[in-house]
Structures are given as structure tokens and as C-alpha cells.
Design a protein around this ligand. Structure first.
Ligand SMILES: *[C@@H]1O[C@H](CO)[C@@H](O)[C@H](O)[C@H]1NC(C)=O
Ligand SMILES: *[C@@H]1O[C@H](CO)[C@@H](O)[C@H](O)[C@H]1NC(C)=O
Length: 131
């Protein structure tokens, strides 16, 4: 009877210890996750591939070369606080040239697009951006 009680307590203690162990490892995983997020905070824009057709207002019969370009963007370029987004703080206007050819007439021409390249990002409130 008594021995059974002792065994019962031992089992309970073992379960509690295992539970505490599990809790500690979950906390460690949470801490490393928080550190990783902190490391990747919104600051530097990231290179992104952007479709060229909308940049040069291409018609449906036009073929654009290169079909996509690379620009630095702040969107999703780093983590922010709650109800904030990573948005451009500074950007530089640049001119990009494309080869636009007509699939109908077989003629081609060079067409430029004025675009903004993001140079610095910061966390900005949703409410501020909507204004
Ligand atoms: C532009 O594209 C046309 C059609 O593909 C091609 O014939 C022409 O050589 C290209 N021009 C340049 C400067 O790449
Ligand atoms: C865009 O800006 C980044 C810095 O944010 C720079 O490294 C990159 O060369 C720029 N791209 C162009 C096409 O000027």
C-alpha cells in the first residue's frame, strides 16, 4: 500500500520534471526565435525582381527586354513591431532602359522607365502610411 503510494509520487515527480524540461526547451526555442527576428529588423532594403511590362506601360503586342528588373525594396525587408510595416525612408529616382519590340510590326525601340529605388527603410505605423 505504502510502497504503491511512493511509486505513485515518484511517477508524478518524474512527469513534473519532464514537463519542466519540455517548458525550458520551448522557452529556449522562443528566445532564439526572438533573437532571429531582432537580428532581421527593418533597416536595409532588399533586392527584388520586378516585372518590366508595367514599368514601360507595354501594350499587349509588345515584348520587353529584360522581362524583369532588379530594384531594392523595403516591403517585407525586415521585421517591425505590431501594426507596423517596413517602408521606405529614402529612395532615389533612377532611369532604366528597356528594349521594347512589337510582335506585330517587328520594330523595336529603346524605352526608359523612371523608377524609385529604395535606399533606407524604417518601421512605419499603418495609420501613418494611409494618410
Ligand atoms: C531589341 O530586340 C530586338 C527584337 O528581339 C532585337 O532584334 C534587337 O537587336 C534588340 N536591340 C538591342 C539593342 O538589344
Ligand atoms: C538601389 O539601392 C541599393 C541600396 O539600397 C543599391 O545597393 C543599388 O545598387 C541600387 N540600385 C540601382 C539600380 O541603383
Amino acid at each position: 500500500m505504502c510502497r504503491g503510494l511512493v511509486a505513485g509520487w515518484a511517477l508524478l515527480l518524474a512527469l513534473l520534471c519532464a514537463g519542466a524540461e519540455h517548458e525550458r526547451s520551448r522557452e529556449a526555442m522562443l528566445r532564439s526565435h526572438l533573437a532571429r527576428v531582432h537580428e532581421f529588423s527593418c533597416h536595409e532594403p532588399q533586392p527584388r525582381a520586378l516585372e518590366a511590362e508595367p514599368l514601360v506601360n507595354a501594350r499587349s503586342d509588345e515584348h520587353v527586354l529584360p522581362p524583369s528588373t532588379v530594384l531594392h525594396r523595403c516591403k517585407d525587408a525586415g521585421c517591425c513591431g505590431a501594426r507596423q510595416v517596413c517602408a521606405p525612408l529614402n529612395s532615389t529616382p533612377i532611369t532604366l532602359w528597356f528594349n521594347v519590340s512589337s510582335t506585330v510590326s517587328r520594330m523595336w525601340d529603346m524605352r526608359s522607365a523612371e523608377v524609385l529605388n529604395h535606399t533606407h527603410c524604417s518601421c512605419q505605423d499603418f495609420s501613418e502610411l494611409r494618410r
